[in-house]
Design a protein around this ligand. Sequence first.
Ligand code: FAD
Length: 315
Amino acid sequence: MKVIEHIEKSSNPLFSFEIVPPPRGRTIQAVTDVVKTLLPYNPAWIDVTAHPAGAYYNEKSDGSIERKIYKKRPGTIGICGVIQNRFKVDTVTHLLTQGFTKEETEDALIELNYLGIHNVLALRGDGLNYNKKYDNKRQRNHYAIDLVEQISDVKKGIYMDEINESLPMDFCVGVAGYPEKHFEAPNMKLDIQRLKEKVNAGADYVVTQMFFKNNKYFEFVDSCKDAGIDCPIVPGIKVIKNLKQFRSVPSHFYVDFPDEFVEEAHENPDHVEEIGIRWAIKQGEELLNANVPSLHFYVMNDAKSVSQVVKKLFK
Ligand code: FAD
């Protein structure tokens, strides 16, 4: 079932969560363990993140450029296929513009269609990527909106090349939204305008970046409505587990922590995990009371804390 159908049809509060493919060469077990931990609480759907390879470039003394790959995490589509078919839970495949050509994206969509996966989150992606040398004739998407447009075309049966007997494929498309503004956007107004363009191009729903102050989400939803965005906006939640994250999370995701959360955690460094769980439950309760479409948890690969939160919220 599509994400948008889950949201529209359910009379109960919903939750989803997001996991990351394991590092190269590992088995899928770490991922299936996470799924098994959260399965008893009935997630409506599960997202699997996507990652272009990361590379360093060093200029050598002879002027040539040496490329060193330092990160590779393929496997998003395969993992979605395994989860959806083994556990019978709908999956959402993250697709990126960065690091992929339009041809590769089209092939990925065809593969998803064969696997019966009809949900994708269309994203640009971040930071260093593979920077492969693209043949000029190969086309690339730049912003997430370009990807949404490509998927909207495929939904109408419009592919990159005209080939007989090509049929339309059906996808539900999510896009990212930022209650505290995307870090590159000059201001909130323009960022929301960009989000509206993604929705107008065919996105069915929005999932937000993680936030720790609910008022940021509520203000964002109001501003989106004022701008004419009327699709569901699913709030993203991260459960904090250790003190280190109070530095790493803002530097990666450009979000702000509430004073009382920071103070309580720093005054009780041995109890950060339980304080984080308590904070996420409080955030989740307030959001559910405000009738949000669903809660989306950034689990990555450790479901222990999140399972405590969903146990309390969705028991
Ligand atoms: P876009 O919508 O393209 O926006 C990027 C920036 O460009 C914004 O500042 C926007 O205002 C601006 N912009 C948009 N359109 C235009 C235009 N036409 N002209 C000028 N400026 C424009 N990253 C991963 O690598 N893998 C993942 O799996 C992943 N999953 C994510 C899941 C969620 C729910 C979220 C919120 C983020 C995720 N990210 C992931 C991170 C995401 O890729 C980054 O935040 C990235 O920097 C922006 O992606 P986007 O899709 O929002 O980009």
